[in-house]
Design a protein around this ligand. Structure first.
Ligand code: FE2
Length: 257
């Protein structure tokens, strides 16, 4: 089973890089299944129905979210019908589905989206309590892939260490900066953060000048996504079809020319 995970898609440039590069990537890695984090896909915050459809049409099989899951309120109306969308399992709103099963090559893949608590305390329930409920579900599952959407590297590693005997992979998202710590331990894959698909020359996807005005001068700013050319960040995971264990992990980073 070969899975591609694409990091947080930020704004229009992030969507464009998926449109332009995903089919080649799928071919290169012989991907059976593609997961993408889409929580920043609509102008940097949230996702809309139109953008969901767009990403699916580009070849994404399943879209995970994060702290900005419901920033574009219209998505809430469509939650019952968007069967490839996975909302944070431990968001206090309890909106949407926190995990879903997908049939891929005669196997069952369970994809879970979970928030970390650090700097997200206001809208986050205990991740461990909510995660444990997934494993209590009776359905037989071959692979559990977790998008752990969290700020702190250490929190992500704690989560992985606690669950690595139960899950196939923990893939960190949210910081938009790819880390070089990908690894496989006892057949379970991990990376602290997969990075983003979005404007490369930016401040985690946002317009640089605007961030300077806000941080240095304390000015009130709106949220402007950078228009600079995009980077594509992702992760390739290969699982042995007999043992279901992770046997290969590779970071992907395609910078603009
Ligand atoms: Fe986030």
């Amino acid at each position: 089973m070969k899975i591609l995970f694409l990091g947080d898609i930020v704004g229009k440039k992030g969507r464009e890089v998926i449109r332009d590069l995903l089919s080649n990537l799928k071919e290169k890695y012989h991907a059976d299944f593609v997961i993408a984090n889409g929580e920043n896909a609509a102008h940097g915050k949230g996702i809309t129905k139109k953008i969901y459809d767009q990403l699916i049409s580009y070849g994404v099989d399943c879209i995970t979210l994060g702290n900005h899951a419901f920033s574009k309120k219209e998505i809430i109306n469509y939650l019952p019908e968007l069967d490839k969308l996975i909302c944070p399992i431990n968001h206090t709103s309890k909106l949407g589905k926190g995990y879903r099963y997908f049939k891929v090559k005669n196997k069952t893949v369970c994809v879970i989206n979970c928030l970390g608590t650090f700097m997200q305390e206001d809208y986050t329930l205990n991740p461990y309590v909510e995660m444990d409920k997934v494993f209590k579900a009776k359905r037989k599952c071959d692979y559990y892939i977790v998008d752990f959407h969290a700020e702190a590297t250490a929190e992500k590693r704690v989560f992985f260490e606690y669950y690595r005997h139960k899950v196939s992979a923990v893939i960190g998202t949210h910081t938009h900066v790819q880390t070089a710590d990908e690894q496989i331990i006892d057949g379970s894959g991990f990376i602290s953060d997969v990075g983003m698909c979005g404007p490369f020359d930016s401040i985690i996807g946002r317009d640089k000048e605007e961030c300077i005005k806000k941080m240095v001068k304390g000015e009130h700013t709106k949220y402007t996504v950078s228009e600079n050319p995009p980077v594509l960040c992702g992760l390739y995971l290969n699982f042995d079809d007999k043992t279901n264990k992770c046997i290969e992990i590779e970071r992907i980073q395609i910078k603009p020319e």
